[in-house]
Design a protein around this ligand. Structure first.
Ligand code: ARG
Length: 455
């Protein structure tokens, strides 16, 4: 493609080192669509005739069909997806093909392709996140009455409904959807016409190209347009954070299935055995997801590090943007799909979670609230109940096993109604402020999500 200036062929090592077609071939649908739009702009500018434009369009569609049918041979010596397609087009249709690249550089071409790839994949990741949210709603709805301890510091804190715990993840995934949707505003800007870095003296109608390719806006600075990969960084960040959310859920599931917790069981189809220990049933999906999140974070770091030292404008370093991007997209889509399926096969062992939740200490905060409602300032109330906790532990008797007289040793304001506080259902029902886990709130939230998600 640049034979004019060169008298030596590219070294075989350089060719192998610099090729990107082995991974960027997946951009072909966007590359072809972008080239068809480009040909329409060339026609409007009078660079090619209507016959040439339709030869280009038909030729490209033929190549598209061949690629889709596995009949296209990608050549490493043609370096990347762009040159493979253009060179094959020229081989097929001759002179008209050689006019396609007028006023265009691979620098704006690749920027266009990657933007189109990102916008399509972002849409698919959002759809996968919606599936995941639906799966969580359904999982919660299968266990409307399941209670479990809520933890801080991995120490039992206060009782919650299982559904409330899952709803926390639904909220996280909603923010992931929102971040990805927001990134579309910045992805969806059309860079073609920026040329190598300074546009072109051949004036193509950029608005026409944008319209053809369904971009609501065009880039406003040619130098920025060929070197900007902010949108890739944003997508990688949104994916990495989504991975972090999935990884935290993974950790919960891994704890929950352990014999020590024994809160849930997973279907056989979503667990694996051990080649040595016959009794094992391992939560590999959750472990792999927790592990793969490392790659997602790493891919974001790779890209940010890649960008930080680049002088304006395009530098070949930018070719290194694609593998992290493709890897993160593939990884998060696979993780969301398998996780949604796994959660559909998750069963809460409600007797176990109820037994854990019947730990009377979980209601210590409710006792503190009780004395506050009876008029004691919270800080003093906290101390009173703290002493009561120590007494209960020393006595080896739970709160409900203490007598009213014993309660009164710590504060004279206790009355018989204190014992009504010592019930998990009462404690949950009382938490009815917005966002808190009363059964009414949780079922209203689940209903809201069910409606929003069409679950
Ligand atoms: N394969 C290149 C990339 O992915 C395309 C752009 C090449 N441009 C260039 N001036 N060598 O970035």
């Amino acid at each position: 493609m640049w034979k004019g200036r060169f008298s030596q062929p590219t070294s075989a090592l350089v060719q192998r080192y610099g090729e990107s077609v082995s991974f960027d071939h997946r951009l072909y649908p966007h590359d072809i669509r972008g080239s068809i739009a480009q040909s329409k702009a060339l026609l409007k500018a009078g660079i090619i005739t209507a016959e040439e434009q339709s030869a280009i369009e038909n030729g490209l569609n033929g190549i598209l069909a061949d690629i889709q049918n596995g009949k296209f041979e990608w050549r490493e010596d043609l370096e990347d997806v762009h040159m493979n397609i253009e060179s094959e087009l020229t081989r097929r249709i001759g002179a008209a093909g050689a006019k396609l690249h007028t006023g265009r550089s691979r620098n704006d071409q690749v920027a266009l392709d990657v933007r189109m790839y990102c916008r399509e994949e972002v849409g698919q990741i959002i759809a996968a996140l919606r599936e995941m949210q639906r799966s969580l709603v359904e999982c919660a709805e299968r266990h409307p009455n399941a209670v479990l301890p809520g933890y801080t510091h991995l120490q039992r804190g206060q009782p919650v409904l299982f559904g409330h715990h899952l709803l926390a993840y639904i909220e996280m995934f909603e923010r992931d959807v929102s971040r990805l949707s927001d990134s579309l505003k910045r992805i969806n800007v059309m860079p073609l016409g920026s040329g190598a870095l300074a546009g072109s003296t051949i004036l193509l109608d950029r608005e026409l190209v944008a319209k053809e390719l369904e971009f609501p806006a065009i880039t406003q600075n040619s130098m920025d347009a060929v070197s900007d990969r902010d949108y890739v960084a944003e997508v990688l960040f949104a994916i990495a954070l989504c991975g972090v959310h999935l990884s935290r859920l993974s950790e919960d599931v891994i704890l929950w299935v352990s014999a020590e917790f024994g809160f849930v069981s997973l279907s056989d189809a979503h667990t694996t055995g051990s080649s040595l220990m016959p009794q094992k049933k391992n939560p590999d999906v959750a472990e792999l997801t927790r592990g793969k999140t490392g790659r997602l974070v790493g891919n974001l770091m790779s890209l940010l590090t890649l960008l930080k030292g680049l002088p304006m404008t395009y530098n070949r370093d930018l070719q290194e943007d694609k593998e992290p991007l493709f890897d993160s997209v593939d990884t998060i889509k696979a993780a969301l799909a398998v996780f949604a399926e796994m959660m559909a096969g998750l069963t809460v062992k409600e007797d176990k979670t109820r037994a854990a939740t019947s730990d009377p200490m979980l209601l210590a905060t409710d006792l503190a609230d009780y004395v506050v409602k009876k008029g004691l300032p919270f800080r003093q109330g906290h101390e009173v109940i703290g002493k009561l906790v120590a007494f209960s532990i020393a006595e080896g008797r739970s709160f409900s096993e203490l007598t009213l007289d014993e309660y009164r040793q710590f504060w004279t304001g206790f009355e018989q109604d204190v014992f009504a506080v010592l019930d998990v259902e009462t404690a949950l029902k009382a938490r009815k402020n917005p966002g808190a886990p009363s059964p009414d709130n949780v079922s209203a939230q689940l209903q809201r999500w069910r409606k929003a998600l069409g679950a």
